[in-house]
Design a protein around this ligand. Structure first.
Ligand code: GLA
Length: 376
């Protein structure tokens, strides 16, 4: 299909992301360590002088119109709900929402665990602000995008994905404190190593309910531990505190909280490893993170385990783990640059033999978050 991209007023894009480490800790007030990817969602947009948002996509033939005066009625509407959610929260926040024609081009594979939904939300909110002549503050956009996902779509996610999608800086990882939103941009200098992303290609399953269940479990664990400790977030529990008070938690709350406490400690070590360029030590932390997500947090599954095991079984790979929410999606691995083609062959062959279909290995770069370009 041909698209007249030049007939739009501007192009706004936002990034997919891969999280190096710090999984399922953002909504517990922990620190995370994601990077924004060159795989992005691109929005072409122009005001149309009506009260309607006309949505079209490069990869699906549907065209959907959103009535701006009735934005609440698109919940659960396939393809359109994320867009309606964004316009809805913008209007709730008192921002102008103009009628417009929109072409959305998503390079981030759906269900890949690389945050296609955050990239869509962040790029669309930034695009609506741009055509209304409003300023685009990346942190504010990230918070609005999270609100859209939590309150409209019904996925009770933390802030990591939207923040990374909006605020990424090329060549840097975000060492982000999800409780305060303090963020240190850490240069990604990996020497002889590369960050390799691989998608399990597991058919998309509904993960929101399992995700929301894990989140509830961490809230229950926090409520119990607060009887003993003066804390606001689960991520504040130290490993020493946990040795002392963790016993007060019944299974599976014990295992869930243990993952959070130990993952928080790993993220801190990981940021230090990145700063001093110690890739073997960083790789070991990735392996430990995967084991914890598999055994304690129980969010991996057959496909992710097979892909991480294959990567971890390859000589030139110092460590691999699942990334994102889990239950499917992608892994992130640290691999000797020279060995990446051989790694790709080895992992593809081993995973395909075990699972029955191949993974996709991506060559992707660490890119900026929101970009805005006028087309006029
Ligand atoms: C999903 C959510 C994030 C985060 C990760 C797990 O990607 O959107 O907020 O919780 O899962 O780390």
């Amino acid at each position: 299909m041909m698209f007249d991209r030049e007939s739009y007023d501007c192009l706004v894009s936002a990034a997919g992301r891969v999280n190096i480490i710090g999984e399922h800790v953002d909504y517990c007030g922990g620190k995370v360590f994601p990077v924004a990817l060159s795989l992005r969602n691109i929005i072409y947009i122009r005001p149309n002088g009506t009260n309607v948002i006309r949505l079209s996509w490069t990869d699906i033939s549907d065209k959907i119109e959103l009535d701006i005066s009735r934005l609440e009625k698109y919940r659960g509407v396939k393809y359109a709900d994320y867009f309606a959610a964004c316009a809805y929260v913008l209007r709730e926040a008192g921002k102008p929402v103009l009628g417009c024609d929109v072409l959305s081009d998503c390079e981030v594979p759906f269900g890949s665990g690389l945050s296609s939904s955050a990239a869509i939300e962040v790029s669309f909110i930034a695009a609506l602000l741009t055509i209304a002549g409003e300023s685009v503050d990346p942190v504010e956009v990230a918070l609005l995008a999270k609100k859209a996902e939590n309150e409209y779509v019904g996925m009770n996610c933390g802030i990591m994905d939207q923040y990374a999608s909006a605020c990424g800086v090329a060549g840097h990882a975000m060492y982000l404190d999800c409780a305060t939103l303090d963020c240190e941009q850490v240069p990604v200098r990996m020497g002889d190593y590369a960050l390799v992303v691989a998608n399990t290609n597991k058919p998309h399953s509904l993960v929101a309910s399992k995700y929301n269940e894990r989140r509830r479990e961490t809230e229950e664990a926090l409520a119990v531990l607060r009887k003993y400790l003066p804390i606001t977030h689960l991520a504040e529990v130290t490993t020493e505190d946990f040795t002392r008070y963790g016993k007060s938690l019944a299974s599976p709350l014990y295992e869930r909280a243990k993952h959070v406490v130990e993952e928080v400690a790993r993220v801190k070590e990981a940021a230090d490893c990145m700063k001093r360029g110690d890739m073997p030590a960083l790789g070991a932390l990735l392996r430990a993170s995967h084991a914890s997500l598999r055994d304690l947090y129980e969010v991996t599954g057959r496909e992710l385990d097979a892909l991480a095991d294959a990567a971890n079984g390859f000589d030139g790979c110092v460590g691999s783990r699942m990334t994102g929410g889990g239950f499917g999606g992608s892994t992130v691995s640290i691999v000797l640059k020279d060995a990446v083609p051989e790694f790709t062959r080895y992992v593809t062959e081993r995973y395909t033999r075990e699972i029955g279909y191949p993974p996709t290995v991506y060559e992707t770069e660490i890119a900026d978050g929101i970009t805005i370009r006028s087309l006029k």
